[in-house]
Design a binder for this molecule. Sequence first.
Ligand SMILES: Cc1ncc(COP(=O)(O)O)c(C=O)c1O
Length: 391
Amino acid sequence: MKYDFNAVVQRNNTYSLKWDPIFLEDVFGRSDVLPLWVADMDFKCPQPVIDAIIDRAKHGIFGYVFREHNYNNAVIRWNKRRHNWDVKEDWLVYTLGIVTAVNQCVQVFCKPGDKVIIQNPVYYPFGEAILNNGCQIVHNQLIKKDNKYIMDFEGLNKKVKDPYVKMIILCNPHNPVGRIWSRDELIKLGNICIENNVIIVSDEIHRDLTFKGHKHIPFASISDKFAQNSITCTAPSKTFNIAGLKTSNIIIPNERLRKNYTQQLRRNSIEFANIFGIEALIAAYNHGEEWLENVLEYLESNVEFIDEFIKANIPNVTFIKPEGTYLGWLDFRNITEDINKLDNILINKAKVALDSGHWFGEGGEGFARINFACPREILESAMTRIQKAIG
Ligand SMILES: Cc1ncc(COP(=O)(O)O)c(C=O)c1O
């Protein structure tokens, strides 16, 4: 492996949301917790990305920038090469981030009072985006079957019949349960939604992070009908650990949907780019593939480590092995079903900062999400702390 992902890189005093003691104190009530929560990696990003940013910094002028063909071509080629999806240049719309994009979608495609479906437990900013924009959440909870999550199609079929339901936010790969939805599952979901005039916002931010034996399928790549009724949210941010550069690409094949979305960007004046984000994306998509293959190998070995550790040392905890992402979903319900007790065990006894399962909505109680994109030393320390706290 060319890159050394075992190296521990200090992140203190870098304004890191994940590591900063002030932020940890605010969220967990103490600053001395080992952080394996916020979804970024504790690894340096690919060297070509670092070099591109340094080169740009040396230029010394940081005026306004826009994204042109070079940038677009890097995005288009990446979609073709990694996901076998032919994306046209004029389908591309930009945004600072995917949470911004999801909020925008609710603002543009729903009216206050309308309803939006999410499949909880799911990334919690989805629910916040719905409520913060005056809409209502419709929960279509995932079903846990044989230690794997599946979609509740029967529930979905009923819920889309409500005329106030205008949109579904699909998370693929799914944060936090780690599923990469199959073609059949996506086709079923797409047909149910489109027959009932429900737009699909497909958050595919984790799409490049897939493990052996699993393939991500872009929802919109399945058919023209799916493409015309969906908005796909993509970014290099999770893939290459560059979330702080705030550079994402929204893919909207339908002209009317795209026009409405773009108008909203202008209304908020957020259509322009981040200078370092442009350089980083181009370098990452054009020269970051070797790093990505290496990091995937390392992440997959961390999955095996957690699995073996739990089986050997804390067998009353269940690990739902992810098919992709760097987020693991741990089931502590054999230890306690009480969310406060579980928080207390993890935060005050184990002194680890994980995302509490209940943050992800119904079905998340008694679970916790662990971010395993860290050197093995940190992961091992966290798992040992959890083991000791459970006793
Ligand atoms: C499913 C999902 N969507 C969006 C985001 C955040 O995206 P952004 O930083 O581009 O707003 C995350 C980050 O964890 C995520 O897991």
